[in-house]
Ligand binder design. Structure first.
Ligand SMILES: Nc1ncnc2c1ncn2[C@@H]1O[C@H](COP(=O)(O)OP(=O)(O)OP(=O)(O)O)[C@@H](O)[C@H]1O
Ligand SMILES: [Mg+2]
Length: 256
């Protein structure tokens, strides 16, 4: 049975698009068909993170308005044959995409791919509310700080109100050293505070930005963030993968 997953957050900029792109790549590398949908209408960027920005011609709004068929808007990833992207419109707003039409598009995608990952806009506005009916499951992304967590609580309240199941949690941009020294919440503390199951954490990793500035994905490198996404992908598929222990880096002092 195909599944659609909506990737949500309360606060903006916490890493939803990064997670949609990298989890999509991780699934595709496991020979699982995956379609990433950019539902952040007017703020398209999932194509950039997948290195597919030069291929975009049509988008989800063109499909919704019946200006083009889904198969013409759907883009195949250059290197990963199991990965495809339905890009967002660069113009327009989330109001232009109504809930039933979006649900119909996602249902069609579920016939083509086992996993449909939908990258949502931040927050609770109509744009997000319109996407909720199309999602079988949800992933909530937050950073381990009070502001992002408080906004995440609002998303949880919205999901409860809409009678949606509790989401899985990804804690992103974790400052591992600060967690080890007790200056920052641990991923498990964030999950316990929000009362949601933890799918995993992704450390703050300069490789994410460096790869992006080279128009590449950090998923093509062996770095802490790509290893973390790989573990998240395995848990997402139901495998038991323990969280790596967060410990202080040892500092060695040599006597002169
Ligand atoms: N683990 C990480 N380590 C370092 N940088 C990261 C990490 N995760 C995300 N970033 C950076 O944070 C920025 C925001 O990420 P992203 O665009 O995925 O967030 P978003 O939640 O989709 O934002 P928006 O709400 O605006 O759609 C990007 O520049 C991205 O490269
Ligand atoms: Mg985004």
């Amino acid at each position: 049975m195909s599944q659609s997953w909506l990737i949500l957050s309360g606060k903006g900029g916490v890493g939803k698009t990064m997670l949609a792109a990298s989890l999509g790549m991780a699934l595709a590398r496991k020979n699982l068909k995956c379609c990433c949908v950019d539902a952040d209408i007017g703020l398209r960027d999932l194509d950039l993170l997948l290195g597919m920005e030069n291929s975009v011609i049509f988008d989800v709004l063109d499909v919704a308005r019946k200006d083009c068929k889904l198969k013409y808007a759907l883009l195949q990833h250059h290197e990963l044959e199991n990965l495809s992207l339905l890009p967002a419109a660069q113009n327009g707003t989330s109001k232009d995409l109504d809930s039933e039409t979006f649900q119909r598009i996602v249902n069609k995608l579920k016939k083509k791919a086992g996993y449909v990952l939908i990258d949502a806009p931040a927050g609770l506005e109509r744009g997000v509310k319109n996407l909720l009916p199309a999602a079988d499951f949800n992933i909530l992304v937050t950073t381990p700080d009070d502001v992002a967590m408080r906004n995440a609580e609002r998303v949880l309240a919205l999901l409860d109100e809409k009678k949606k199941p509790r989401p899985m949690l990804v804690v992103n941009r974790l400052p591992v050293e600060r967690v080890a020294s007790g200056e920052c919440y641990s991923p498990q503390t964030v999950a316990n505070t929000l009362d949601v199951p933890l799918l995993g954490y992704i450390p703050e990793d300069p490789a994410v930005q460096t790869a992006l500035s080279r128009h590449e994905s950090f998923m093509m490198q062996d770095c802490p963030a790509s290893q973390a996404v790989e573990r998240i992908c395995r848990r997402f598929l139901g495998e038991y993968v323990p969280l790596p222990e967060i410990t202080k880096k040892r500092r060695w002092f040599f006597k002169k």
